[in-house]
Ligand binder design. Structure first.
Ligand code: NAG
Ligand code: NAG
Ligand code: NAG
Ligand code: NAG
Ligand code: NAG
Ligand code: NAG
Ligand code: NAG
Ligand code: NAG
Ligand code: NAG
Ligand code: NAG
Ligand code: NAG
Length: 436
């Protein structure tokens, strides 16, 4: 027989699974990261140009307010007192001054660091220097840390697993915040999904990468969506699956140059937004097309991503091409839904290389109320396109997406028979089955 835990033990159990709520990172982060567009090839001039383009095109106003300096901002060696030094050839006026410059636009700088001896590109790593580096980042006006996993110390040095190694920085962040009497750094893990961070990440951080580095090709986007179809349950307030920096805009450019079509790029952004991933821009905005700004600035999708009342990701209700619960990185789940403050959200994805007709019954989604009809708002056309009664049918181009918001519009019309979505066991009050 199962022992019933005493109330106190139960309370401890519940706190530990609820995750890290230290006041920061309740909603997915929104911002910019230098890596996908520039790798190591950036400096004060080019980064400021990104911040200015963000302002010019309304992206800061849309919510993108964090600017992560990814790998390569420092000198390769620490100074004689062990502090990291900002590379003066990249930041001729220093990082504190640069930080103030972007603050004026409404943006905050954020840090990249590494949980080992060196960063992935060979700059100083923070293992064993956690508090010292937090002090440095703080002095540069940063309060957000993306923490990588290169050049990690051997097991006989750390005597720690992945979780314990990342907990070192999480503890240092808490200690630094307590000492300074200020908000903790937002902690974003980047251990590439090696050890199921979707299970434990929320105990020590606000976001965790679920996979290796994204690439600007459809095969990479589809594979990440496939992965989330098994891990969507992990994202909620204060903790998010990080699907990686966006590749929106990196068609024909970026590092490496990509080849996503317009339809694929819309599908990419829709999935990231509705699955409550951080939305981090990764393209050179000084060379971006109107379509890129249209996609990154999609207010309807950002509103769902930043929903103050519903923290959960959408989830699949039917896989489509393959049987349900089958992992297939070229044909991930196609039929997804979830709740929001604004209505029931649907993401329908055509994973095929050709146009396809998509069909679903409303009651396949848990979030729909049977016996009701819904108005259909299209989050790419930004308008109400019609009514949904029992089901929806439409066609989608290759790798295209529909992002729909269904709003309750009262009981369904009376001319319809009152059967059940799940007709098996559907009965009249007198105990006779209704067959349909
Ligand atoms: C190293 O950098 C820190 C932080 O900028 C500074 O306070 C310290 O004086 C520097 N030490 C040396 C030896 O330059
Ligand atoms: C930044 O790099 C560009 C070329 O990539 C160069 O023209 C510019 O002078 C550099 N700015 C600084 C501050 O180093
Ligand atoms: C850890 O193991 C390595 C490789 O076997 C060895 O060279 C090193 O001395 C060990 N370090 C410690 C601290 O035991
Ligand atoms: C600007 O974008 C176009 C395609 O969108 C690309 O061909 C070109 O190489 C880009 N230029 C730079 C400097 O990235
Ligand atoms: C996109 O680029 C990748 C990497 O080069 C390549 O494997 C893929 O076939 C390309 N896709 C298309 C549709 O050209
Ligand atoms: C892009 O948008 C701007 C501002 O709305 C407009 O002036 C310009 O003509 C557009 N460019 C293209 C290529 O459509
Ligand atoms: C993915 O699905 C397609 C279509 O059903 C199938 O042809 C392919 O073999 C599947 N791939 C894997 C790895 O199962
Ligand atoms: C959806 O979320 C809203 C806002 O929190 C809530 O009022 C509503 O009850 C939820 N609907 C379902 C089906 O959970
Ligand atoms: C949709 O509903 C109809 C009518 O109840 C039913 O025959 C059909 O099997 C359902 N299709 C799916 C995919 O649920
Ligand atoms: C879809 O719903 C309509 C009612 O709006 C119904 O007449 C039709 O039979 C349904 N189609 C399918 C395939 O279930
Ligand atoms: C039960 O009620 C239904 C609907 O009113 C009716 O069609 C059916 O004949 C009734 N069955 C019996 C056994 O009375």
């Amino acid at each position: 027989m199962l022992a019933i835990p005493p109330l106190a033990a139960l309370a401890v159990l519940l706190t530990s699974v609820r995750g890290l709520n230290n006041g920061v990172g309740r909603l997915p982060a929104m911002g910019y990261d230098t890596f996908n567009a520039f790798a190591c090839n950036y400096n004060a001039t080019s980064v400021l140009a990104q911040a200015e383009a963000m302002q010019r095109h309304g992206l800061i106003e849309a919510g993108y307010k964090t600017l992560i300096l990814d790998d390569c901002y420092a000198l390769r060696t620490r100074n004689a007192s062990g502090y990291m030094v900002a590379d003066p050839s990249k930041w001729p006026h220093g990082l504190p001054a640069f930080s103030k410059q972007v603050n004026k636009l409404g943006i905050k700088l954020a840090a990249y660091g590494d949980n080992g001896y060196e960063t992935c590109a060979g700059y100083p790593g923070s293992y064993g220097r956690e508090l010292q580096d937090l002090e440095t980042w703080h002095s540069w006006g940063m309060s957000y840390l993306k923490y990588d996993n290169c050049y990690i110390p051997a097991d006989n040095v750390t005597e720690e697993n992945m979780f314990g190694r990342y907990q070192r920085m999480s503890n240092a962040i808490a200690e630094f915040a307590a000492k300074r009497g200020q908000d903790p750094f937002l902690f974003s893990l980047c251990e590439w999904g090696w050890e199921q961070p979707w299970i434990w990440g929320k105990q020590i951080s606000q976001a965790w990468r679920i996979d290796g580095d994204i690439k600007p090709y459809w095969s990479a986007i589809a594979a990440i969506i496939d992965q989330v179809s098994f891990q969507y349950w992990s994202s909620d307030f204060y903790g998010h699956n990080d699907m990686d920096i966006l590749e929106v805009g990196n068609t024909g450019q970026g590092s490496p140059p990509g080849n996503l079509t317009y339809e694929e790029t819309k599908s990419h952004f829709t999935a990231w937004a509705l699955m409550k991933s951080p939305l981090i821009i990764g393209t050179d905005l000084t060379n971006a097309t109107n379509q890129t700004f249209e996609i990154l600035g999609n207010k309807d999708l950002i509103t769902i991503n930043q929903d103050p009342n519903v923290g959960h990701s959408i989830s699949p209700f039917r896989w489509g091409i393959n049987p349900d619960f089958v992992s297939n990185s070229t044909h991930p789940a196609e039929y997804w839904s979830g709740n929001s403050s604004y209505g029931v959200v649907f993401m329908i994805l055509n994973s095929q290389d050709t146009d396809a007709t998509m069909f679903f019954n409303l009651t396949e989604s848990w979030a729909i109320r049977a016996g009701r009809q819904y108005s259909v708002y299209d989050m790419w056309q930004h308008k109400t396109t019609g009514m949904a009664v029992r089901n929806l049918t439409f066609s989608l181009p290759a790798h295209g997406v529909a992002a729909l918001l269904l709003k309750d519009a009262g009981p369904e019309p009376e001319y319809l028979d009152g059967s059940c979505g799940f007709y098996y066991q559907c009965s009249w009050p007198n105990g006779t089955y209704i067959s349909n």
